[in-house]
Design a protein around this ligand. Structure first.
Ligand code: KIV
Ligand code: ZN
Length: 510
């Protein structure tokens, strides 16, 4: 059996299915470039049939990424497969991932199909996908609650039809580690042609067991794990990439395989994903939480100073902590700026966009002498307009004084028309948001507002996350500035521009 464990990242597809985590095309390309830097083997870039925007995002990722294989998701339907095949045309290496539900409840209630019809559709889908690429993955959705005998039948048939990866999803996060490991073991034993395919797993975290189930599957012969950065994903999320990778790397005494992930890229990918989606990482989150390698108690600190292995099983620098380095300063020129951004996978559509971002960098470097990669990422997130941006911040002035009610005066451009208002609020941020709402009248509800410093020190940029809801649709917006009221207004406007974009988007599993 192979000693290579394939890492299939689905942050851009399953991760994006988390309410509020939707990303623009440009944001997806930046995350894909960071996954490529991490040497992720396969990047699931999206569900191309979902909408024109989703198709274009998969296409953009396929064109931008050269080292990782790019995958598109398709239900077992002709149009889905054709759309995925078309979106992936520009990829260096592509994969189509097609799926159909196999559990009794899904077949009866969702698909309204008989088991034999499900097998027929699966086989047809795999054959059609093979017309576009040699690399086809098949998933029996809700495998974790499917009849193992039926799984054996359908999986044998799709291997014969040309599927080379069989992905076993625990779609609703119902399985326990030992049970899930045994399922993988028995499928590999019982399916006569199982040696012709790689077994993969895709675990959801509803019982907090996604990583444990994935690892148990690997111990039982799975050689691909589907996962997401920070464990982002539907409901409680998917298996966290960083946890799977580090568990396998750290416990090489137990695993007979390993990934080829460059683990030093883990923390920066985690920050990028949380910055773009607005999903904060909890401080005590394994590997990527700020406290993951921090030692508070005197006894621990003493132990670690004497010999780090007393309390540490991994080295912080191996996953990319403490690599914060000053990359640019106020004297850095446009070329240095552009080339550092290129190293971070950030490209500009036009010289005008580059110039505007460079000007913002200069303003930032005047206020804050050391500019780190994290500052640049935030600056770019903030400077890249969402597609079809309707609202733009022209100026903002706030007055805040002890004993006085704060006041915000704002000028916005809405559909290219300038509008100005003054509003009072309980604080300067509240006044600014009320002023924006007075002009835009979006009737959205603010679900979340948070501020974090991007680097340390009071001269750091504040990064603001805002989550807005309207009619059941949730979007998030981010803004960064050394002035947190301005960062807040930018974040609010960023989210507004997303919510004002009309959407007509299909969900793959509904
Ligand atoms: O959770 C799931 O079953 C999925 C499939 C589309 C693989 O995301
Ligand atoms: Zn899933």
């Amino acid at each position: 059996m192979s000693d290579k464990l394939i890492i299939f990242d689905t942050t851009l597809r399953d991760g994006e299915q988390s309410p509020g985590a939707s990303m623009t095309k440009d944001e997806k390309v930046r995350i894909a470039k960071s996954l490529e830097r991490m040497r992720v083997d396969i990047i699931e870039a999206g569900f191309p049939i979902a909408s024109v925007g989703d198709f274009e995002s998969v296409q953009a990722v396929a064109n931008a990424v050269t080292e990782s294989r790019v995958c598109g998701l398709a239900r077992a339907l002709d149009n889905d497969i054709d759309r995925a095949g078309d979106a992936l045309k520009g990829a260096n290496a592509s994969r189509i991932h097609t799926f159909i539900a196999t559990s009794p409840i899904h077949m009866k209630m969702k698909l309204r199909m008989e088991p034999d019809q499900v097998i027929e559709n699966a086989v047809k889908a795999v054959k059609r996908a093979r017309l576009y690429t040699d690399d086809v993955e098949f998933s029996p959705e809700d495998a974790g609650r499917s009849d193992p005998d039926f799984l054996c039948r359908i999986l044998e048939a799709v291997i014969d039809a040309g599927a080379s990866t069989l992905n076993i999803p625990d779609t609703v996060g119902y399985n326990l580690p030992q049970q899930f490991g045994s399922l993988i073991h028995s499928l590999r034993e019982r399916i006569p042609n199982s040696d012709k395919a790689i077994f993969s797993v895709h675990c959801h975290n509803d019982l907090g067991l996604a990583v444990a189930n994935s690892l148990s599957a690997v111990l039982n012969g799975a050689r691909q794990v589907e996962c997401t950065v920070n464990g982002l994903g539907e409901r409680a999320g998917n298996a966290a990439l960083e946890e799977v990778v580090m568990a396998v790397r750290t416990r090489q005494d137990l695993f007979t395989c390993d990934t080829t992930i460059d683990t030093s890229q883990i923390v920066s990918a985690s920050r990028l994903v949380s910055g773009i989606t607005g999903f904060a990482v909890q401080p005590n989150k394994a590997i990527v939480g700020v406290n993951a390698f921090a030692h508070e108690s005197g006894i621990h600190q003493d132990g670690v100073l004497k010999n780090r292995e007393t309390y540490e099983i991994m080295r912080a620098e191996d996953v990319g902590w403490n690599t914060n380095r000053m990359v640019l300063g106020k004297h850095s020129g446009r070329n240095a700026f552009r080339s550092r951004l290129e190293e971070l996978g950030i490209e500009f559509d036009s010289e005008t966009e580059l110039n505007a971002t460079f000007q913002r960098f200069k303003d930032l470097a005047d206020k804050k002498h050391e500019v780190f990669d994290e500052d640049l990422q935030a600056l770019v997130s903030d400077s890249k307009p969402v597609e079809s941006e309707r609202v733009r911040l022209i100026s903002l002035k706030v007055c805040s004084e002890t004993g006085e009610t704060p006041l915000a005066a704002i000028t916005l451009s809405v559909d290219d028309e300038e509008r100005q208002v003054e509003m009072m609020g309980s604080g300067p941020v509240d006044a600014a948001f009320k002023a924006i709402e007075e002009i835009v009248k979006s009737k959205t509800e603010l679900q979340l507002y948070s501020v974090n410093n991007i680097t340390s020190g009071t001269d750091s940029q504040g990064e603001v996350n805002v989550r807005l809801e309207r009619g059941g649709r949730i979007v998030s917006g981010q803004g960064a500035d050394t002035d947190i009221v301005i960062a807040s207004a930018r974040a609010y406007i960023h989210a507004l521009n997303k919510i004002l974009m009309p959407v007509d988007r299909a969900h793959p599993q509904v």
